[in-house]
Design a protein around this ligand. Structure first.
Ligand code: NDP
Length: 283
């Protein structure tokens, strides 16, 4: 049976580390790190995410502000709010909760965020810097996956890694990060012919697709490490990942559960990025 990678525990450790850093920062600079979140509309899932981020900030000694905009807001209004936060010296991190309402040009909004405050690591500047190996702020979810594996002592150097899903938010940046860690990476997607052929040889499998059960135990190499990024709500309300947990846990050496694996790490990494953004301002 695989060892379960406890994302809640690792995330709690990281949050405590950030809290100590934030206290130290306050003591030495008289400044509390501050994260501002922009949310437009009243999508219930987004509202929960924003509340969780605010709670996590408060627990880590990070100030949080929210800018709540109507669902029929225009791109120009969102851009104005971003500009205000860009100029506000008391704000160190800016996060725009996605998805934005349909009429808002999300790409334009993301591009408008000051890269030094882009704690989601989505801006073209930070994505480019990440590619070149110099980014201060990198996307939280893939960063959380790498951190989880490192803290569990998973060997990345020389490992054969398969990342399933090639979004700009998760799959692609994760492939870049794993490559930087000296893993040899295959980046699979919906047009990959025979996914099983890739998985059969993989020491590390990361699933970031959004389809429950797309990866099953019989597809995996015995002893591999499985990181399940997927979050899927079934008809009965149950939350599951992309990996069929029962069968995969029988074959893998390590596996993340859903919930309680990658999810908590995303918020922990957001706090870490906010701390880094604040620190870099006064370095
Ligand atoms: P996207 O929908 O942007 O990307 C999904 C990717 O999966 C695409 O690259 C797509 O390929 C690929 N894909 C779709 N079908 C298949 C298939 N049959 N075989 C192989 N690949 C396939 O999703 P995200 O990257 O934003 O999110 C992925 C999952 O991770 C979702 O469940 C999301 O909820 C979850 N998530 C979890 C987070 C967390 O904190 N735990 C944070 C962010 C996301 P193609 O490019 O060819 O279309």
């Amino acid at each position: 049976m695989a060892e379960i990678i406890d994302g809640k525990k690792v995330a709690a450790d990281i949050r405590s580390e950030v809290k100590r850093e934030a206290e130290d920062f306050l003591e030495h600079n008289g400044i509390r790190p501050c994260l501002a979140v922009i949310m437009a509309g009243n999508d219930p899932a987004s509202a929960i995410y924003v509340r969780n981020k605010q709670k996590a900030c408060a627990a880590a000694g990070i100030e949080s502000r929210s800018v709540l905009l109507d669902g029929d807001v225009s791109t120009e209004t969102v851009l104005l709010e971003v500009e205000k936060l860009n100029r506000d010296a008391e704000v160190h991190g800016i996060l725009v909760q996605l998805p934005l309402p349909r009429q808002v040009d999300a790409e334009k909004v993301i591009r408008a965020i000051d890269p030094a405050k882009d704690v989601d690591g989505f801006s073209p500047v930070n994505q480019g810097e990440m590619f070149r190996g110099h980014a201060l702020l990198e996307p939280c979810t893939p960063k959380g996956c790498i951190e989880l594996m490192k803290r569990y002592g998973i060997a990345l150097k020389g490992a054969r890694a398969v990342v399933v899903g090639r979004s700009n938010l998760v799959g692609k940046p994760l492939a870049v990060m794993l490559t930087r860690e000296d893993a040899t990476v295959s980046l699979c997607h919906s047009k990959t012919g025979d996914l099983s052929a890739y998985l059969a040889n993989a020491d590390i499998v990361v699933a970031a697709v959004g389809k429950p059960g797309i990866i099953r135990g019989e597809m995996l190499k015995p002893g591999c490490c499985v990181i399940d990024v997927g979050i899927n709500r079934l008809e009965d309300g149950k939350i599951v990942g992309d990996v069929e947990f029962e069968s995969a846990a029988k074959v893998a050496g390590f596996i993340t559960p859903v919930p309680g694996g990658v999810g908590p790490m995303t918020i922990a990494m957001l706090l870490k990025n906010t701390m880094a953004a604040a620190r870099s301002r006064y370095a």
